[in-house]
Design a protein. Sequence first.
Length: 188
Amino acid sequence: MSTSVLYMSMSLDGYIAGPNDEPSNPGGDGFGRLHEWFAAPDGPAGELMDEWNATGAVLVGRRTVEQVDHWGGDHHGRGVRIFVPSHRPPGPSVANYPLVTYVTDGIGSAMAQAKAAAGDRNVLVHGAYTAQRALEAGVLDELQIHQIPVLFGRGRRLFEALPSRVELEIVRVIDTPEATHIRYRVGR
């Protein structure tokens, strides 16, 4: 059975994007700092990237996916379907990307479709707003947070607004000089 997992790099003070995060500056100022840990292809970073790439579907927020032009229609470069929960239909450019599906009947429906497409592989979840809504709806199973040793001070926070407290269980911790990678299971 598929598990939904939020994969996110985050500063120690909770930011997933720097200041001035906008379409002309995706991720904001200093965004690259949150992803420098990717550069180590061997060891723990390589294993985490292999895990990330082995996912069977992607559930991503509209703002995130449109800033990167739907990753050219294929997030992994291997035919992985992309599901976008949205309150409105997509723009015309998405017609060029047959693997991208906009789901307008709620986050629960979008997650169910992503899990069905993923089969026995995980669903990779992207986007702060989408993660918050998935937690609120009870459809996010795990969080893989890559905690980067930097303080941004401002930007876009991952958990800016949650409707209530969410209990987490630590499943795995991998500590490297570049980041501490913490996997959590969401309590139900």
